[in-house]
Design a binder for this molecule. Structure first.
Ligand code: HEM
Length: 461
């Protein structure tokens, strides 16, 4: 808080944080800086400058695909050390981005969610079995831990026919720890002091990467060694078998590895956080919880074990609004970057060079005055259709923007909406520890150390 701002030529505050102490949750510092220095400021770190932007008017410009493309910011440059030219971290001009995008798109088309639905339901029931046991024993459940078990098993099975079996383990699957270590390495490397020796940390990182690569090879080998070929249209089937619709090329083995790591990480980490935040807010907002319960009761009544259909999930409108509102306050991928195609002026006053990267602070965009006077207030009615229609489409960007926006958005929303609906239908959520929200950040964000106890619900008549 003693950081002094200088002014850049364009009248944008410049804040050098090189000598600030290391911080566990960088997104909170960025938010603090945005509040202090305004909607555009330059953060200087060990001589490297990065523009941070957070107001709707500036983001509307950055979302213009004629002027800007996805930028690979410092965090993603580090993530490339373990995901290479996978979809998430590929440079726009790398030919493997368009090739993989075109080959994998069918797996995320509208009809595909219908294919994933039974697998998602199967894994949701694993979570419910586990929560039933905790509920009967009066034992607390580790919310983010169990959401991660659920989302990892789901992407493993739905995308690759590979079973992580996370609910049969007391500890998370070692894939999760190795992944978290790698993401943490990628995040903390940004703020490393160049004077110190980081050799030990880097060596540990290499060990984790080797482990992740080993899991990926096992996922691929399991399919190759299976007597029955897996579905040709799941992610792995498309990666191994499909040819590009335009030029007939295939993904090479190295790129397939990168894609499998990418999807295993991107396909579960953020969804897990989103579900955890949603459960946190439901626990703290009984009136909202009652409204979600009314919605699921209208569908499933007092059935002990409802069988949510694919269509049911589309009917859980308010439940989805709750997820959106949780993603507004805590977008679990809390920032994304844009890069200028040509030299340009942002907001008519901030000069950007061609290729220069600008970071969008989604957490602050989602608290822009466009959201009204009380943006900190959790209120799912912000996502009522009329309210949405009245707002700029660029005010809400939890899935990024443009051509490089999240390919898995429908997958995440289907999975998360169904699970949330099933959980509130079945349990009373008991805030036994009077939880106060604290964040854990490993590039993505989650509630830290959040537990609940559960009791069976007696459905409303
Ligand atoms: C891209 C967020 C779930 C796969 C992105 C981006 C964001 C995002 C913000 C753009 C990043 C950038 O511009 O640099 C989220 C959130 C999720 C979620 C908040 C859950 C609530 C998923 C799921 C999958 C997935 C379930 C896969 C099944 C990807 C991939 C990309 C991506 C592959 C890169 C797309 C490309 O550049 O072509 N996601 N995501 N995500 N996401 Fe997600």
């Amino acid at each position: 808080d003693s950081l002094m701002a200088a002014q850049t030529d364009a009248d944008v505050p410049l804040v050098d944080i090189s000598s600030a102490p290391p911080i566990a949750v960088p997104v909170l510092r960025s938010m603090e800086m945005a509040r202090q220095y305004g909607p555009a400021f330059v953060q200087r770190l060990h001589g490297r400058d990065l523009m941070m932007v957070s107001s709707l008017d500036l983001v509307e410009e950055l979302a213009d695909d004629e002027r800007f493309v996805k930028g690979i910011g410092p965090g993603l440059v580090n993530v490339r050390e373990f995901t290479g030219d996978g979809l998430f971290t590929a440079y726009n001009e790398e030919p493997n981005w368009a090739r993989a995008h075109d080959i994998l798109m069918p797996a995320f088309a509208l009809g595909s969610m219908r294919t994933y639905h039974p697998v998602m339901l199967r894994v949701a029931r694993r979570l419910i079995d586990s929560w039933d046991r905790s509920s009967a024993a009066g034992a607390p459940v580790d919310v983010p831990g169990d959401m991660t078990r659920m989302t990892l098993d789901t992407i493993g099975l739905a995308g690759f026919g590979f079973d992580f079996g996370s609910f049969e383990r007391d500890e998370p699957h070692p894939f999760v720890e190795a992944m978290v270590n790698c993401l943490e390495w990628a995040m903390t490397k940004i703020t490393r002091s160049p004077e110190l020796d980081h050799g030990e940390r880097d060596a540990a990182f290499r060990v984790d990467v080797d482990y992740l690569t080993g899991v990926v090879d096992e996922v691929i080998a399991t399919r190759a060694g299976s007597p029955e070929p897996g579905p040709a249209e799941d992610l792995l089937g498309l990666m191994l078998g499909a040819v590009h619709p335009g030029d007939g090329t295939r993904l090479d083995a190295e790129n397939i590895r990168n894609q499998v790591i990418t999807f295993l990480i991107a396909g579960h980490e953020t969804t897990s956080g989103a579900l955890s935040f949603a459960l946190y807010y439901l626990t703290k907002h009984p009136a909202v919880l009652r409204q979600v319960q009314r919605e699921v009761d209208a569908l499933w009544g007092d059935q002990a074990d409802p069988e949510p259909s694919y269509e049911d999930v589309g009917r859980l409108r308010y439940t989805r609004q709750v997820l959106n509102e949780a993603l507004r306050l805590w977008p679990t991928a809390p920032q994304f970057s844009r890069a200028a195609r040509e030299d340009t002026l942002l907001g008519g006053r901030i000069p950007l060079r061609a290729g220069q990267t600008v970071m969008v602070l989604s957490t602050m965009l989602h608290r822009d005055p466009a959201w009204g006077d009380n943006p900190e207030l959790f209120d799912p009615s912000r996502f009522d259709p009329e309210a949405e229609a009245a707002r700029s489409p660029h005010a809400f960007k939890p899935f990024g923007t443009g051509e490089r926006a999240c390919i898995g958005r429908q997958f995440a929303l289907h999975e998360a909406t169904m699970l949330l609906g099933m959980l509130v239908h079945r349990y009373r959520l008991i805030d036994h520890a009077d939880y106060r929200l604290t964040l854990k950040q490993t590039l993505t964000i989650k509630p830290d150390d959040f537990t609940l106890t559960l009791a069976p619900r007696t459905p409303a008549p």
